[in-house]
Design a protein. Structure first.
Length: 114
């Protein structure tokens, strides 16, 4: 059974940084494209960063230049480095494989507020 465990969220002031981690079990992450998603109350979950199995990356426009997605296949882990955080980045963040949509984890809450 595939399971994702996200961590690293928290409360941070505008302009601050956080590094999110997603550890997978029951699946070999290295063969899949992986993505970080975020969701706020009343809105659909949106894909904000994607890393392909080959290592290339793509970002949603609002996070380009501020977020960096990476992966360590030997650790079955995907990361999201978030810099220059803004209040509008406040959301619950999840990881998943865009082409497979495995069962969602519990997510990690990111709150950007002064």
């Amino acid at each position: 059974q595939v399971q994702f465990v996200e961590s690293g969220g928290g409360l941070v002031q505008p302009g601050g940084s956080l590094r999110l981690s997603c550890v997978a079990s029951g699946v070999i992450l290295g063969i899949y494209d992986m993505g970080w998603y975020r969701q706020t109350p009343g809105k659909q979950r949106e894909l904000v960063a994607r890393i392909r199995a080959g290592g290339s990356t793509e970002y949603e426009d609002s996070v380009k230049g501020r977020f960096t997605i990476s992966r360590v296949n030997s650790r079955n882990t995907v990361y999201l480095q978030m810099n220059s955080l803004k209040p509008e980045d406040t959301a619950v963040y999840y990881c998943n494989a865009p082409t497979r949509a495995f069962k969602w984890g519990q997510g990690t809450q990111v709150t950007v507020s002064s």
